[in-house]
Design a protein around this ligand. Structure first.
Ligand code: ITT
Ligand code: NA
Length: 200
């Protein structure tokens, strides 16, 4: 049984492969890049959940296969939850992780702890070709550093230090990050719903 990973973010694909395999989902996972003819999904939703469902439904309809999607981002308390759903294009160009991180650090340069609290959020959605859908969320709370540290992960990982941790997400191993991350929590919660929904 194939399951489409409705994302074109290679970092997410790597993390989802590990998280879903660890959760015992024995499926053939195929990234959206295997379907180049399917156009990019316009993320017109106003919440992570809406955008994750849009991506999952689009790929399920286009392929006739079950699809899961991840919509995620960094929410900064003192910015009222921004960048939030705009995390991937905070500095303008979609997916320019370095520019997004630099801009956010500049915006927060005068803000000191304890006002640097933030969290990663992930909505994990499942859609079937018949229209069935499920969506769950996961969060990772922490504090934003002034200076990036570490080379693991992606996006804002070098500046988020999870609560109870002395390292940034980018200084954790892939296994350590998946064990506590927003994405790990959301997809571990989604895994049993996928298993129930599919004829396995
Ligand atoms: P798809 O829509 O194709 O899945 P995307 O990269 O556009 O890929 P999103 O719209 O969900 O995905 O944007 C997610 C952004 O949030 C991502 O570009 C990062 O900047 C940030 N982000 C999400 N998860 C993260 C994580 O685990 N660590 C660091 N930053 C993360
Ligand atoms: Na996106």
């Amino acid at each position: 049984q194939r399951l489409i990973l409705a994302t074109r973010n290679a970092h997410k694909v790597t993390e989802l492969q590990a998280i879903l395999a660890d959760a015992g989902l024995d499926l053939e996972l195929v990234g959206a890049d295997a379907y180049p003819e399917i156009p990019d999904v316009k993320e017109t939703g106003v919440t992570f959940a809406e955008n994750a469902l849009l991506k999952a439904h689009t790929l399920a309809q286009a392929t006739g296969l079950p699809a899961v999607a991840d919509d995620s981002g960094l929410c900064v308390d003192v910015l009222g939850g921004a960048p939030g759903i705009f995390s991937a294009r905070w500095a303008g160009r979609h997916g320019d992780d370095a520019a997004n991180l630099d801009l956010l650090l500049a915006q927060l340069s005068d803000i000191e702890a304890p006002h640097r609290a933030a969290h990663f959020e992930c909505a994990a959605a499942l859609a079937l070709p018949d229209g069935t859908e499920k969506v769950v969320a996961g969060r990772l709370r922490g504090t934003l550093r002034h200076t990036p540290a570490g080379s693991g992960g992606f996006g804002y990982d070098p500046i988020l230090e999870p609560d109870g941790e002395k390292r940034t997400c980018a200084e954790l191993s892939a296994e350590e990050k998946n064990a506590i991350s927003h994405r790990g929590k959301a997809f571990r919660a989604l895994a049993p719903l996928v298993r129930e929904a599919l004829p396995l």
